[in-house]
Design a protein around this ligand. Sequence first.
Ligand code: NIG
Ligand code: FE
Length: 375
Amino acid sequence: MTTLVSNIGLLVAADGERRNAALVIDDDRIAWIGESASAPAADTRVDAEGGCVIPGFVDTHSHLMFAGDRASEFEARMAGRKYEAGGIRSTVAATRAATDEELLANATRLVAEMRAQGTTTVEIKSGYGLTVEDESRALRLATQFTPETTYLGAHVVPTEFADDVAAYVELVTGAMLDACAPHARWIDVFCEVGAFDVDQARAILTAGMARGLGARMHAGQLGESAGVQLAVELDAASVDHCTFLSDVDVDALAGGKTVATLLPGVEFSTRQPYPDARRLLDSGVTVALATDCNPGSSFTSSMPFCIAVAVREMGMSPAEALHAATAGGAAALRRDDIGELAVGTRADLVILDAPSYIHLAYRPGVPLISRVFAS
Ligand code: NIG
Ligand code: FE
């Protein structure tokens, strides 16, 4: 089954921007890219009506397996209260009490929101269960939505282990890892004051890597953290947040393969300063943008929102922000089949109801996603 997408005003292809373009989708792959005027025939035809076509967004950081609502916490922050990692525990209580059906229904709604806003690949973390059963349940359910599942038993120390953090780390690296590894591609740690320190993070990530999981890391959200350099040292695919970075952290990132994933929804929702994307890009670091969709620190499912904030507040050009939200995300998942449009890549693409991707930032909050193709 082939589909011709013709009359593309501006196509953001892997080898550059093309005007008056067309492309052919064959099953789940892109089979042809060229001038609209010389497009081949196909089984069906879609008219892009002069709109811009971009790769589907790759949202590499979300916590969708949860129950409950923390709107009042957000309201209090907007009135001046500080964000603290401990708020996670209130979602843990609600998530443990939820049925599988409730968790699935909530995640289904959020994944649909993401898709409607142009996201074609999503990563989903556990991290609101924090028992062997609740973490493995979250990951087993998450595999219904994506192969990019991440074991985050090390999100915070649950209340019942408050007096014995070492015992919780032992659980996370032992029985909980055994139960979760079959349902996960990645392992992640929240390395921050109020969560896990750098020695614990090292123990947890190396245990996961020994089980064949790829490493990811939350670090630098609330202050500078040795977690950033640990992520690079362990060749983690990504270190996420990176709001607070020392010069040594930036040099380490520039010298390694670890992607810096920036999550502007968090700074928006916690009233923190935005991360400095310009500093990272100018140092040669690969940058990704993601939503961090979760009920506490960033309850947005919108990659266009993240792009708009990144352009307005973080020193990125519209082209850099789009690249970070697509190819940057692919790099953060170590994938070469998504995040850009070329012959042979997956047919994950978005037709915008706009002549250019610049409009994603120029028209913030406006629904510009006209059609989404997801392989
Ligand atoms: O990425 N930083 C840790 N985890 C989430 C926050 C989750 C929450 O507050 O519930 C984050 O921001
Ligand atoms: Fe997170």
